[in-house]
Design a protein around this ligand. Structure first.
Ligand code: SAM
Length: 279
């Protein structure tokens, strides 16, 4: 994968800024054409412009490598169940670490009233760019909350309002894998307090057939990659610490995994998970 030499950001040349796309995958094209009314001939240019802007504000691999174009939730085995659940007027969906909010827009396109959907990210500019990506600033009634998962209730009503409201479906993709195991547990304890009994946490992240630490994108730091068993063990620890109980299900496969990519290797797998709060 080629990285550009044209550089004002050092991250461009670390391998997670790929050349501009010349075509985009069908599901995101469909969403941009039908939900955002981007003319067919403009879609690729529009995507490239948004990637450029997003990377300039936050040079993450998921932006540089266009991973934000994968509509993960749509491929989750419980997608139809989630759609049905969100038809209930008191249901709430939270996309944690939502970035541009692409999965949230897909739910709106599939008929979920947008006021039942909330996006949350520590980086406000990414959520603002999301409005320009999907051209829905004037129409979308979802709320976007700038908050830090690690700070939880300590940051006040931005978080405690969510705890009081209670979340039915919490989507959390490409989030936990950014952190060490200790950090993941600390974040998950805060996340646990948001979800109603009977509620779901669903998502995808980079897993590994050899669970353990790998170097993270910030030099000198590491992050922990799970398999289904270690993810289950993590949620058991979180349950004990928060007096809640969780059932973990998941699968590992090669969808969207590129062992040659700077952020993956031959042990990497896509971990697609469902964590259900049972008590
Ligand atoms: C790798 S991106 C994944 C984005 C999106 N969920 C997806 O699957 O395309 C991780 C996101 O988590 C957000 N994030 C990182 N640390 C966070 C924190 N402490 N609290 C809330 N969001 C955070 C980042 O700003 C970024 O948008």
């Amino acid at each position: 994968m080629a990285a550009t030499k044209d550089t004002s950001l050092p991250e461009r040349n670390k391998g997670w800024y790929q050349e501009d796309l010349t075509e985009v995958n069908e599901p995101i094209r469909k969403l941009l054409e039908s939900y955002s009314r981007v003319p067919s001939a403009e879609v690729v240019k529009h995507v490239n412009q948004i990637r450029e802007r997003g990377f300039a504000s936050n040079p993450y691999p998921c932006i540089g490598l266009y991973r934000f174009l994968n509509l993960t939730l749509l491929t989750h085995p419980l997608y139809d169940t989630i759609l049905k659940r969100l038809q209930s007027p008191d249901a709430t969906y939270l996309d944690l670490g939502c970035c541009f909010g692409q999965d949230l827009r897909q739910l709106v396109q599939d008929g979920v009233p947008s006021q039942r959907l909330i996006g949350l990210d520590v980086e406000g500019p990414l959520m603002q760019t999301g409005y320009d990506f999907f051209l829905d600033r004037a129409t979308l009634q979802s709320r976007f909350v700038v908050a830090d998962v690690f700070k939880g209730a300590a940051q006040g009503t931005a978080w405690t309002d969510l705890e009081m409201r209670g979340i039915d479906v919490l989507h959390c993709s490409a989030f936990f894998h950014l952190f060490t195991l200790a950090e993941q547990i600390s974040a998950a304890k805060n996340v646990a307090k948001l979800v109603k009994t009977g509620g779901l946490i669903v998502g995808r992240q980079i897993g590994s057939v050899k669970p353990g630490d790998v170097p993270a994108i910030k030099e000198g730091s590491s992050s922990y990659r799970h398999d289904v068993e270690t993810f289950d063990a993590m949620w058991r620890r979180v349950g004990e610490a928060t007096q809640t109980r969780w059932e973990v299900g998941g699968t590992m496969d090669m969808v969207g995994i590129n062992p040659q990519s700077p952020v993956e290797d031959e042990n990497s797998r896509r971990l697609l998970f469902t964590v259900t709060r049972v008590a």
